[in-house]
Design a binder for this molecule. Structure first.
Ligand code: PXP
Length: 250
């Protein structure tokens, strides 16, 4: 059978490159370099979340990425007027509206589109008028999917956190079915369907196999994997510095 999406698109979320930088207030690791490496290795777009508390990505990162990314920038942001002004003045290609709670470790649930229709519609209109493609980050619930279409969003991103965090096989299967039903409903309503949150090198296969999702936004697992795919080379390089420095003794 021919797949609808032979190769879904990969959005690489580089927030946690900035998390490491902010932990020390250093200039490294560079998020621009991270974007460039990701793009050179198959990322179809770069995703960042500019949080209200600026815990990782900073305003200047978004400005630089808008200028220099070679693919597309997808800016995740809370639905506040200051973030709307920021998006309208920086013009990333995509904006994904997400709920935000200050104390949360990461985005814990989807946006309550059904409960905030007027506000969501206003944000969708303003961003669309500026040529920015809007996506709404929603839980896989029919009520939220239908509301997303009614608010004028062309894209939804399904929150895959409940699937990713499921504690056993039957729970994860049930969550996968919820995702499949929500994605099918959204697709039937003409929405582009993306997905993300908590996806890693083991749980990704079943979601891709649904053949209902256009784009996956994945961050934490990729940056975590990079530690081990890159740690050996990083240690060897520092060892070479020690050896070279010892050879240069005054
Ligand atoms: N999509 C959205 C809307 C998110 O908020 C996040 C987390 O910032 C992700 C995708 C990526 O999630 P993870 O880092 O768990 O892969």
């Amino acid at each position: 059978m021919t797949r609808q999406f032979p190769a879904p698109l990969l959005g690489v979320n580089i927030d946690h490159v900035a998390t490491i930088r902010q932990a020390r207030g250093t200039f490294y690791p560079s998020v621009l370099e991270a974007a460039s490496v990701a793009e050179a290795h198959g990322a179809d777009l770069i995703t960042v979340h500019l949080r209200e508390d600026r815990r990782h990505i900073q305003d200047r990162d978004v400005s630089a990425l808008v200028e220099q990314s070679r693919t597309r920038l997808n800016l995740e942001m809370a639905m506040t007027d200051s973030m709307l002004d920021f998006a309208l003045s920086h013009r990333p290609e995509d904006v994904c509206l997400v709920p935000e709670r200050r104390m949360e470790l990461t985005t814990e649930g989807g946006l309550d589109v059904a409960g905030r229709r007027a506000e969501v519609t206003r944000f969708c209109k303003a961003l669309d008028a500026a040529g920015i493609r809007v996506s709404l980050f929603v839980d896989p619930e029919p009520e939220q999917i239908e509301a997303a279409g009614e608010c004028g969003a062309p894209v939804i991103e399904i929150h895959t956190g409940a699937y990713a965090n499921a504690e056993d096989k039957s729970r994860s299967q049930a969550e996968l079915e919820r995702i499949a039903e929500a994605a099918a409903l959204a697709g039937a309503g003409g929405l582009v369907v993306n997905a993300g949150h908590g996806l890693h090198y083991e749980n990704i296969f079943d979601v891709v196999a649904l053949d209902l999702i256009r784009e996956f936004n994945i961050g934490h697992s990729i940056i975590a994997r990079a530690i081990f795919t890159g740690l050996g080379a990083a240690v060897a390089e520092m060892k070479r510095c020690l050896v070279a420095g010892a050879g240069n003794e005054a």
